[in-house]
Ligand binder design. Structure first.
Ligand SMILES: NC(=O)C1=CN([C@@H]2O[C@H](COP(=O)(O)OP(=O)(O)OC[C@H]3O[C@@H](n4cnc5c(N)ncnc54)[C@H](OP(=O)(O)O)[C@@H]3O)[C@@H](O)[C@H]2O)C=CC1
Ligand SMILES: CC(=O)C(=O)O
Ligand SMILES: [Mg+2]
Length: 641
């Protein structure tokens, strides 16, 4: 056991984003400057394939090269980098100065502090005159920014303002998000991120994340090396085929990995420079996008079969080569015909986690564990019916079965018989078994065919109804009323995202059950007043789980995800629900306390990983909760020397 509970691996060596290009070079203005050309070929062996050049002269923190006075093609200014004087068909080199000072410091999102630069820093870093004279604290900046955000009526405008802040001042972005998490989560995450993905082509200003398309086949290792950070701990990757409940958005799905990773940092404390959002572009089958001149992705139909498999395999191999065994790869919003196979294929060779299958399962199981404290009984006493038998539905069903089996010592096959699923063709029953996708087969029980959900409710008589269909308003009045007829306190979870795809609204669930439903949804709904009582609906979203789970895996150096780690995460989350939360009708704790919750989840996950021998960071810290806290990134500004 190590005596210290301080984080020993997530070093923030003085500056935010310690792996960034600016941290590798001397920052003081008296140090020798280098000019870096962000050129595609590598001459000097410098990182990123950059070309390092000697300078003839340095003036006021800016670099001046001795260049020949070529003929001009417009411009005519004595520009140092030849760009203005090159003829239009001549090649120019995209120069940038690689020391964060002065003007470039203000434009470096990792180090920019805006008006919070102190008087001393303004002198030391050539900022005089580049900022208005006032100096304000980060707290005041947060106050100012939240007022700014509240001025926008349109959620998408808030989203764009938040993305702009992330690209301008990363620490302020995270401080704002952490301090106002309940207000801003629906902006950077579901539901607004869904609309942002749908309109990504037209709102796209600056690229975020890394794009790997079929064009890069055979060169993925090289493409990964173009990313400026080397010390990557978490990758969230999508191929954009099932973005929330919005279908195939192709390359525009990038909003999802970007959003999920901002939650890894804000909710789970993984430092931003260790997070890498990736979109794999194999084309899209979305006709609207294929015909949209503003579409940013490959305009071709999706590659499938061997072409798809080879690209993904090259990607998985390159990730391990570049970042090692311990990098966590989170698969996000793949279509189910690929998602289960990828998880199965890479589960034994990589640290992979499918958020839609596993993260969703863990968060829902936690909600159920909490709900049973209100409703009574054990998992084995309840009967479950799902609308939707894909990644989320069958993932949740399997984890419920696993936990019930552990609690009762009954075989999984027996327990599964209490869990029923409906897909687009109706109730999954044994007569359909031959034609079912492999992940549905374990749920094909003996029963006559049933087409409609309301009939399935009346026949199966579930105590818990879970929506994972991606189809809005499918929990109709008849369905909710049937649940309320069967149960004193029906548990109804409308998990589909974004809000437009939720199986029912919070208001509908409370109204149609006469205020008796225990309700939670994937996207947030406001509180509802019914019959003089205020009901606060909870948010059953995997965002409760993946940041803490990820932190637990990273801080323990765990090399494989095991179902017991998901169960540990569920237990940790369920244990954070207080009596006060229950009194308000909540089965999840509020997001306002999420960093503390994530630390508890991380600690439980790490403890289980150590117990199973999956953790490689030894010795095991004594106090894992304290250790998790100490590993968390803080967005507070650092003083610059
Ligand atoms: N709250 C959360 O944390 C999470 C929420 N989700 C949400 O869950 C939804 C589903 O995701 P996922 O499971 O990955 O998607 P999948 O595509 O894997 O599964 C969707 C399932 O819904 C079924 N379905 C579609 N239309 C109907 C219908 N009209 N009636 C009955 N069943 C229908 C499909 O049937 P068939 O197989 O016959 O096509 C399929 O079984 C999405 O909206 C997603 O946003 C997902 C992950 C996490
Ligand atoms: C929340 C999530 O992962 C989804 O809706 O896909
Ligand atoms: Mg998802």
């Amino acid at each position: 056991m190590i005596s210290s509970s301080r984080c020993s691996f997530l070093s923030n060596s003085g500056y935010a984003g310690s792996g960034s290009s600016f941290s590798r070079v001397q920052r003081r203005h008296s140090a020798p400057f280098r000019v870096v050309a962000v050129a595609p070929t590598s001459r000097s062996g410098d990182r990123n394939g950059s070309v390092v050049m000697d300078l003839k002269d340095i003036k006021d923190g800016s670099a001046v090269l001795d260049v020949e006075n070529n003929s001009t093609a417009g411009g005519g200014v004595q520009d140092a980098y030849v760009e203005d004087r090159a003829t239009e068909d001549q090649f120019v080199t995209p120069w940038s100065v690689s020391v964060a000072s002065g003007y470039s410091l203000l434009r470096d999102p990792h180090h920019n502090k805006g008006l919070a630069f102190s008087e001393r820093e303004r002198d030391a870093h050539y900022l005089r005159g580049l900022l208005p004279p006032t100096v304000i604290s980060q707290e005041t900046q947060v106050k100012k920014m939240i007022q700014h955000m509240r001025q926008y009526d349109v959620p998408l405008h808030k989203y764009m303002a938040m993305m702009n802040l992330q690209e301008t001042n990363e620490r302020l972005f995270y401080k704002l998000l952490i301090d106002h998490v309940e207000e801003l989560l629906p902006v950077v995450y579901t539901p607004t991120v869904g609309e942002a993905c749908q309109k990504y082509g037209s709102i796209f200003l600056k690229p975020q994340g890394l794009y790997i398309s079929l064009k890069e086949k055979g060169r993925i290792h090289e493409v990964l090396r173009n990313w400026p950070e080397k010390d990557i701990q978490v990758i969230v990757v999508t191929d954009g085929e099932r973005i929330l409940g919005l279908g195939d958005l192709g390359c525009q799905g990038m909003g999802i990995p970007v959003g999920k990773l901002s939650l890894y940092t804000a909710l789970g404390g993984v430092r931003p420079s260790a997070c890498l959002p990736i979109t794999i572009d194999v084309g899209t089958n979305n006709e609207k996008l294929l015909n949209d001149e503003l579409y940013i992705g490959l305009k071709q139909r999706r590659a499938t079969g061997q072409e798809y498999t080879e690209l993904i395999h090259e990607f998985m191999t390159a990730v391990k080569q570049n970042y090692g065994e311990n990098v966590l790869i989170q698969f996000e919003d793949f279509a189910n015909h690929n998602a289960f196979d990828l998880l199965e294929k890479y589960g034994s060779t990589h640290l992979v986690f499918n958020d839609d299958i596993q993260g969703t399962a863990s968060v829902v199981l936690a909600g159920l564990m909490a709900a049973l404290k209100v409703v009574g009984g054990n998992l084995a006493d309840h009967r479950f019916l799902f609308l939707g038998a894909g990644e989320a539905g069958t993932g949740i069903a399997e984890l419920i079965a696993l936990e019930t089996s552990k609690q009762t010592n009954m075989p999984l096959e027996e327990i599964r018989k209490n869990i029923w699923l409906v897909d687009s063709k109706g109730l999954i029953v044994s007569s359909r078994k031959e034609s079912l996708q492999h992940f549905k087969k374990p749920w094909a029980h003996e029963h006559e065919p049933v087409k409609e959900l309301v009939d399935a409710v009346n026949k199966i008589k579930p105590t818990v109804l879970i929506g994972t269909s991606g189809q809005g308003r499918t929990f109709t009045k008849e369905v909710v009323e049937a649940m309320a007829d069967i149960n004193e306190k029906p548990i109804i979870l409308a998990l589909s995202n974004p809000t437009s795809q939720a199986e029912c609204t919070a208001e509908e669930a409370y109204k149609w059950s006469q205020g008796r439903a225990i309700f939670a949804s994937g996207s947030p709904f406001p509180a509802v007043e019914y019959d003089g009582k205020v009901f606060v609906p909870g948010q059953a979203n995997n965002a409760y789980i993946f940041p803490g789970l990820g932190l637990g895996l990273i801080m323990s150096g765990t090399i494989r995800v095991h179902n017991d780690l998901l169960l540990a995460a569920s237990e940790a989350l369920a244990s954070q629900v207080s009596q006060d939360n229950f009194d308000k009708g909540l089965i999840y704790p509020p997001f306002s306390n999420i960093r503390n919750i994530s630390a508890h989840i991380a600690a439980k996950v790490a403890a289980k990983a150590y117990e199973l021998g999956l953790a490689t960071r030894l010795p095991q810290p004594k106090d894992l909760v304290q250790y998790a806290h100490s590993c968390m990134y803080s967005p507070t500004y650092r003083p610059y020397r």
